[in-house]
Design a protein around this ligand. Structure first.
Ligand SMILES: Cc1cc2nc3c(=O)[nH]c(=O)nc-3n(C[C@H](O)[C@H](O)[C@H](O)COP(=O)(O)OP(=O)(O)OC[C@H]3O[C@@H](n4cnc5c(N)ncnc54)[C@H](O)[C@@H]3O)c2cc1C
Length: 441
């Protein structure tokens, strides 16, 4: 048994934990990442945006582990379309590559399973399955949906599970497809080579699912009743057990604790139908890194850091839930079935993206990220940017607006360049941003 101490320990090395480790290292910290491989097979689809985020963070090996880009076929609401493209990703390979990237950047990774976490003297004690103990000053909870959270400490959407099976001997062409069904929806993903994963997303409300030993028969029943998914796996045979993954939307009420923070799915786990889970986990982890940097390096800004991080989590979660609800609403064929009805009504009736005239843009003092620290500045709050925008291309919007309004029609560019210490090109970009939102009248 070997014990060690870390200033910051990160539990879980999925996209969120790995991105937080890199973000913290960039800010001069030396986090210790503890992670055990995911136990079950999972295949997911990544958007271009997710790929760009991985590139920005320097995840070269993880990008290499991503499978082919395919056009997603969607059979939804009685229509057929091929609107989006996505990359097919084997999560076991991808997650291993994430950790290799983290280690290649000189960040310490312990490949171990966390058994128990206790809040005590140092202030954290992390007990590993190997019986070793890590003590830490600050704890980052990134174990995804496996991170413990009591029901009173979270907001939860309709209970949903994914029942998935790996298939072999299916069509060799890489492909993904999604289809609405009477009691759920299905997603098929094949990286090529005749292997694929077919999953059914169904209700997990009490009484809706059989016991574990009955899941294979339940899966077969879903497949028999489904027209399209049966065609997708035609000629193939399933391998191994049915893989069960919880898929309810979940949001922790307080993602930022005293000396701890929840990130990724441990903070907000979106409905898979809303997409972008990995993209959101990567972005949230970056926000968490500056939040931690502020708490440790500038504790007098702790309240600002809290409102920055908690507001970001709750706004992201509600937006993703509403995006998911809008997709459920589009599938009208079974609108009266409990599965579709519940999800078309949750979490509320608000639009995913408020209309541009929902309220008049205003200037407020809000927390923003400045040189890796959360500080307070004047920002422009608009319906499409509810947390506010501080700068565009380095130009502070509120100061520019004041200066332009003082100048009237004839903006003195030389003076603005000197006053704002930014080139004419950047000032013009920021001016256009304000004008597009009718902020220069
Ligand atoms: C059915 C389903 C389908 C999805 N499809 C997509 C998709 O197509 N595209 C997309 O972008 N998102 C998708 N998502 C969402 C995506 O999986 C998550 O949003 C994303 O992986 C969150 O990253 P994370 O790092 O927070 O958690 P995770 O990716 O879950 O990573 C957590 C890490 O912690 C490790 N861990 C857990 N417990 C322990 C422990 N006790 N000790 C040590 N290590 C531990 C795990 O092994 C894992 O490596 C889907 C989710 C579900 C449920």
């Amino acid at each position: 048994m070997s014990n060690r101490h870390a200033k910051i320990v990160i539990l879980g090395g999925g996209p969120a934990g790995a991105a937080a480790a890199i973000g913290l290292a960039r800010l001069g910290h030396e986090p210790l990442l503890v992670s055990a491989p995911r136990r079950q097979a999972a295949v997911e689809g990544f958007s271009d945006r997710t790929m760009q985020a991985l590139e920005t963070l320097g995840f070269a090996r993880a990008l290499d582990a991503v499978g082919p880009k395919v056009g997603r076929r969607a059979f939804w609401g009685g229509d057929q379309s091929r609107v989006n493209t996505e990359f097919v990703v084997d999560r076991k390979l991808f997650d291993a590559a994430l950790l290799a990237d983290v280690e290649a950047k000189g960040i310490k990774v312990l490949h171990e399973r966390v058994a128990r976490v206790i809040r005590s003297g140092p202030p954290w004690r992390v007990h590993l399955a190997s019986a070793s103990v890590i003590t830490a000053d600050f704890l980052v909870e990134a174990r995804g949906r496996a991170a413990p959270v009591s029901s009173s400490e979270r907001l939860q959407g309709p209970a949903t599970v994914s029942l998935a099976r790996v298939w072999r001997g299916v069509d060799e062409t890489p492909a993904t497809a999604v289809a609405g069904m009477r009691n759920g929806w299905s997603w098929y993903a094949s990286p090529g080579g005749g292997r694929a994963m077919l999953q059914f997303l169904v209700s997990a409300e009490p009484g809706d699912l059989p016991k574990r030993h009955g899941l294979a028969a339940f899966y077969d029943e879903m497949l028999r009743a489904s027209g399209l998914p049966r065609e997708w796996v035609a000629g193939g045979e399933p391998m191994g057990d049915v893989v069960v993954r919880r898929a309810n939307p979940i949001c922790a009420n307080h993602p930022l604790g005293d000396r701890s923070i929840r990130i990724g799915d441990a903070a907000i786990a979106p409905d898979p139908l809303s997409g972008h889970g990995v993209y959101v986990a990567l972005g949230g982890a970056q926000a968490a890194a500056v939040t931690i940097n502020t708490l440790l390096g500038k504790p007098e800004n702790a309240n600002l850091a809290r409102s920055f991080y908690e507001e970001r989590c709750s706004l992201d979660f509600m937006r993703l839930c509403r995006v998911g609800r809008a997709f459920y609403e589009e599938e009208r064929r079974w609108a009266d079935r409990p599965f579709w009805r519940h999800r078309s009504e949750w979490p509320d009736r608000e639009p995913p993206h408020p209309p541009m005239d929902a309220f008049a843009p205003r200037i407020e003092r809000r927390p923003v990220v400045e040189d890796g620290i959360i500080a307070e500045h004047e920002v422009v709050v608009t319906p499409d940017h509810p947390r506010g925008v501080w700068v565009v291309d380095g130009v502070p919007l509120a100061a520019l607006r004041r200066a332009l309004q003082a100048d009237g029609q004839e903006a003195d560019m030389d003076r603005l360049e000197k006053e704002l210490e930014r080139p004419c090109k950047s000032i013009e970009l920021a001016r256009r941003w304000l004008a597009d939102r009718s902020l220069l009248k």
